[in-house]
Design a protein around this ligand. Structure first.
Ligand code: TYD
Ligand code: ZN
Length: 401
């Protein structure tokens, strides 16, 4: 029996995706030996309700200097973060010389907008290369994990923070307590931490099994985050659903009693009463999606139709490894991230090529791994559709669109 990483309660496993590589560990084609694998399975705590990987990979193995993901690769996400930055700046504008920290800023996040507005800020990210790119966009950054030690260092150098913001990072940290401990050290007495991460209810509703990756150590709900925050000395004061990355929640926490608890918290809790019951049948739906996708790809191959992948996402590692999709079914995946191009995908060793390879010549079908960026990618690649190409999706179900 696995024990909950938040409350030590019993964790009931509800999906086992088997042997998986590190999802962002793209490798040079000539260096395939000694690849790291682990068992990817997710369960839910019977006591506090937190959904979590039962055998997480250490943070240092996932987030290091060469971490390849880049936030800036999506125009829509860049716009999302610019808009978020403007809203957050408004929320601190009546404080004297406000100080905002972004945890897991990657190559910029909200920071370039703050920098342009002259708002005092600091990004904290263990990926030195990505953080260097954020600095190139005018942001001040510290290459480090956000925990008690780095929070204390920041506080003594800069003073207390009015706001800590974090997107797609808090749920990635196995030692969640260390993030809250860092926030507690760093934040002013009435400071707030705002974070946005994948929402378990959306994962279940869309059968988005590829949201289960090593980096998504936790899949949050309003109920589980409220309980975790309480245990770590904070109070959940607001919840906002976000229509990015396949469905997320944005949480605001503060020290208990410092701010009124907004009606959005009770609303979110009410909405998700059926989340845990929805776990039943999820594994069976995931197996069905796998069988349908593999059958479709084999049929297309046997009919002599060409298929390539679009978006070498971290999520695609789960799909290709769980479904057994290799270069025989998918000769390459195109992706706009320079740090991924020329490498092969973890575990399944499918070559990653630049987007220009997509049109040279267009395949008959494209398997959309970056389904969370569907609108942006389909608009960009409208010529593919115009040339008779068809998209294959597998979330919320396997279909040709
Ligand atoms: P994303 O779905 O954001 O995250 P994750 O890796 O955590 O699953 O990854 C999107 C990938 O798709 C990323 O490698 C960049 C790539 N991409 C393109 O190749 N073209 C595009 O137009 C966009 C928006 C993304
Ligand atoms: Zn628990």
């Amino acid at each position: 029996m696995t024990r909950c990483r938040i409350c030590s309660g019993p964790v009931r496993e509800f999906l086992d995706l088997g042997r998986q590589p590190r999802s962002d560990a793209f490798l040079p084609p000539g260096e395939l030996d000694g690849e790291f694998f682990f068992r990817l399975a997710v369960g839910v705590c019977g006591d506090c309700g937190m959904a979590q990987l039962t055998e997480p990979v250490p943070a240092e193995a996932m987030f290091h200097r060469e971490y390849p993901y880049r936030t800036s690769q999506s125009a829509r996400m860049s716009e999302h973060f610019a808009r978020t930055a403007r809203r957050l700046m408004k929320s601190v504008r009546d404080r004297p010389d406000p100080f905002v920290v972004e945890v897991g800023c990657n190559d910029g996040g909200i920071l370039p907008t703050l920098a342009r507005a002259g708002v005092r800020h600091l990004g904290v990210d263990p990926s030195g290369r990505a953080a260097g790119e954020a600095a190139g966009r005018g942001a001040r950054v510290l290459t480090a994990f956000f925990d008690k030690a780095s929070a204390a260092e920041i506080r003594s150098a800069e003073g207390p923070a009015d706001l800590v913001f974090s997107a797609n990072t808090v749920s990635h940290v196995p030692d969640l307590a260390s993030v809250f401990a860092g926030a507690d050290l760093l934040l002013a007495p009435d400071g707030r931490m705002v974070f946005e991460d994948p929402y378990l209810a959306d994962v279940l509703a869309r059968t988005a099994f590829d949201q289960v990756i090593d980096e998504h150590v936790y899949l949050f709900t309003a109920a589980s985050v409220r309980e975790a925050a309480r245990r770590f000395g904070f109070e959940l004061i607001a919840v906002e659903p976000l229509d990015v990355h396949g469905g997320q929640l944005r949480f605001t926490v503060a020290r208990p009693g410092r701010h009124p608890v907004g009606g959005t918290v009770a609303e979110a809790l009410r909405r998700e009463e059926r989340t845990v019951p929805a776990l039943d049948g999820f594994a069976a739906r995931v197996e069905r999606a796998r069988d349908e996708l593999v059958t479709l790809l084999r049929t297309l191959r046997d009919d002599g139709r060409s298929v390539v992948g679009y978006g070498a996402t971290a999520k695609s590692a789960t799909v290709t490894n769980y479904c057994g999709i290799g270069p025989d079914l998918l000769p390459f995946i195109c992706d706009s991230t320079p740090a991924k191009q020329g490498l092969v995908t973890p575990g399944t060793h499918i070559p990653v090529r630049p987007p220009a390879a997509f049109a040279d010549p267009y395949p008959d079908f494209a398997l959309l791994f970056a389904w969370n960026h569907a609108e942006e990618i389909m608009a960009k690649e409208h010529a593919f559709g115009a040339a008779g190409g068809r998209w294959i999706r597998y979330v919320p179900d396997v279909r040709i669109v």
